[in-house]
Design a protein around this ligand. Structure first.
Ligand SMILES: Nc1ncnc2c1ncn2[C@@H]1O[C@H](COP(=O)(O)OP(=O)(O)OP(=O)(O)O)[C@@H](O)[C@H]1O
Length: 259
């Protein structure tokens, strides 16, 4: 089912930070949300995940308002990977990933074989099985980020909303994560990720939503949106397209646009 924003206005601390966002995200696609710092990307993701109320308009899963979903159902449906990657509990990585199964488990039952299988699958996919017995707070930032992704994947959500998931990863793990997102999309999951890297977005996203000062300024196929005019409007930068070996036009930054 689609996840969508319908005329979404969000106000934080008395200031409107999202203005009338209309966008329909499709399952089976990877969508990248790009925009300058403070343009509203995190706020949009949190609102789509049902973690932030809108002032007007709604985030919808199919035709149901996301914040009206029962919390357990919402947690099974929409996985949210926040930006900061903090862990505040003194627990092992394996136990942390098992927490991702909470919306599937009855409160007093131990983990079922299906829970263990989901945890092992998620930790294998993120190359974190080797950390399973280590305390999560003692992992490096990038290792912890992968464990936190495994926690979300263990919940087997229909939607994965990931806020700057590449931020603390080395180049090889960035590629692994983007390949993992592609596999999830091929399995029918909808992926919406906030990115800052234009080249990763060009290679990894089917669709791109560009935000500028809380407004959606362009939304469509990645090849159309990651082009000079939309990028100038969103970021005030100039790009030059260079084709890679697969024939994908990569937007290479050449400088700031004239003011
Ligand atoms: N709790 C809050 N109270 C008031 N204003 C807030 C609050 N949280 C965020 N904002 C403001 O809302 C705007 C959008 O913030 P948001 O975090 O969604 O931007 P972003 O596009 O994700 O930025 P970045 O690329 O820097 O992560 C910013 O101007 C920010 O200062």
């Amino acid at each position: 089912m689609d996840l969508s924003a319908k005329k979404l206005d969000v106000t934080l601390g008395g200031r409107r930070v999202l203005h009338g966002i209309d966008a329909v995200f499709r399952p089976g696609q990877v969508t990248a949300v790009l925009g300058a710092n403070g343009s509203g990307k995190t706020t949009l993701l949190r609102t789509l995940a049902g973690l932030q109320k809108s002032e007007h308009g709604s985030a919808l899963f199919g035709d149901r308002v996301v914040t009206d979903l029962d919390p357990r159902e919402r947690a099974r449906t929409i996985g949210y990977l926040p930006q900061d990657g903090a862990v505040h509990w003194n627990i092992t990585a394996g136990d942390l990933v098992m927490l991702g199964r909470t919306p599937h488990r009855s409160p007093f039952a131990g983990p079922s074989p299906a829970d263990w299988e989901a945890v092992v699958t998620a930790m294998s996919a993120t190359a974190t099985l080797e950390f399973a017995d280590r305390t999560a707070t003692e992992l490096s930032g990038g290792e912890r980020a992968r464990v936190l992704l495994a926690r979300v994947l263990a919940g087997q959500p229909q939607w994965l909303l990931a806020d700057e998931p590449l931020a603390s990863l080395d180049p090889a793990h960035q590629l692994d994560l983007l390949a993992q997102f592609r596999r999830l999309a091929d399995e029918g999951i909808g992926v919406v990720m906030v990115l800052h890297d234009l080249i990763h977005a060009a290679r990894a996203a089917d669709a791109v939503l560009l935000l500028h000062e809380g407004r959606a300024v362009a939304f469509g196929p990645a090849a159309e949106i990651l082009a000079p005019d939309p990028l100038r409007a969103a970021f005030g930068v100039e790009v030059m397209a260079v084709e890679d070996r697969q024939g994908i036009a990569l937007p290479i930054l050449t400088g700031r646009s004239p003011r």
